[in-house]
Design a protein around this ligand. Structure first.
Ligand code: TXD
Length: 311
């Protein structure tokens, strides 16, 4: 693998900084960490670079407030955004983060016109659509991270419930990254055996519900801020698959043009990730109920795109 790859992370908050750490610890790429807060990404970078000798990594993080430093990145990951503050409605947040993400995507792509863009900021599927509209980059080169994380959460809950090694569990979650996401028990397995053959339906329903509320459960426990470690691992999995051309088959928010009866929308479905970005979208033979759930989730994404796009 060419170790001189360069990735840019826009937004050096909890997820952005955790991702920077994952990427350099795996020696995957040089990292440029950009944030609007002066000094903050520079401080994080210095702190992480000083651990290089102890952890044994040679890649470094460059902290910056200037997009020029992100030039010629192979991948740009956008985690920039504001959390919801008291008195701010969901719709207000939608518009504010929409503006942040739109500007971040435009400025980053201006510096790295051939980059692959991975969106992370919530509401994820909506932000991915807005970033695509703002940059007009080919749809193969833009995607949102949610399915890998949601599937990892489902995977963990299944392993815990059955008391089996998490390594033998493979789980699949489709749809938008919200409480209408669509965990798919039929396609979730332990050592190749679908969990529908290993657990009672009520137990599966409980795990599905917990997966849907996976992010909120952590926010409720932590009270300030939310998940960052598993999200960073999920993004890092996508980054590694792209840089290393691994062709991992994962769920990600990708642009649909008729698949699953959906068009002109980004929503989570299984796809293969390699050097070209989204190299293949897989269309599963869903049951009418599963398909209806996916359409419900997509309808809510579409509604939010409209709200975010209103001036
Ligand atoms: O599955 C998923 N997609 C997610 C998404 C999993 C976890 C977190 N998810 C979302 O990612 C979350 O709801 C947020 O929208 C983002 C980032 O989460 P994080 O926990 O890292 O938020 P922070 O710590 O508030 O960091 C956001 C940073 C912060 O440092 C701001 O100063 C910065 O974004 N920020 C900006 N950077 C650059 N440019 C602009 N305009 C900007 N505005 C804010």
């Amino acid at each position: 693998m060419n170790n001189l790859y360069r990735i840019a992370i826009i937004g050096g908050g909890k997820v952005g900084s955790a991702l920077a750490q994952r990427v350099i610890e795996k020696n995957l790429a040089q990292v440029v960490l950009l944030d609007v807060v002066p000094g903050m990404p520079q401080g994080i970078a210095l702190d992480m670079n000083q651990a290089g000798g102890l952890e044994g990594y040679e890649r470094q993080v460059l902290g910056t407030n200037d997009y020029a430093d992100t030039a010629n990145s192979e991948i740009v990951i956008i985690t920039a955004g504001l959390p919801r503050k008291p008195g701010m409605s969901r719709n207000d947040l939608l518009k504010i983060n929409g503006e942040i993400v739109t500007q971040a995507a435009q400025q980053a792509i201006a510096q790295s016109p051939n980059a692959i863009l991975i969106l992370v900021t919530n509401p994820l599927d909506v932000m991915t659509y807005l970033a695509w509209q703002a940059t007009q980059i080919p749809t193969q080169r833009i995607m949102g991270m949610a399915g890998v994380l949601d599937s990892a959460r489902f995977q963990y809950f299944i392993a815990q419930e059955l008391g089996v090694s998490i390594r033998d569990v493979s789980a699949l979650v489709l749809g938008g990254h919200g409480d209408l996401m669509v965990p798919l028990p039929r396609y979730s397995t332990v050592g190749g055996i679908p969990i529908t053959e290993l657990m009672e339906p009520e137990v599966i329903d409980r795990l599905v519900e917990r997966t849907r509320n996976g992010g909120a459960e952590i926010v409720n426990l932590m009270r300030t801020g939310g998940a960052s470690l598993a999200p960073a691992s999920a993004i890092c999995t996508m980054v590694a698959s792209i840089l290393d051309n691994q062709k991992r088959q994962v769920a990600a928010a990708v642009y649909l043009e008729g698949q699953y009866g959906l068009s002109d929308i980004f929503v989570g479905v299984p796809c293969r990730l390699g050097q070209q970005g989204v190299e293949k979208i897989l269309e599963l033979d869903l049951t009418p109920e599963e398909l209806a759930q996916l359409h419900r989730s997509a309808a809510s994404v579409r509604e939010n795109i409209q709200i975010a796009s209103q001036k």
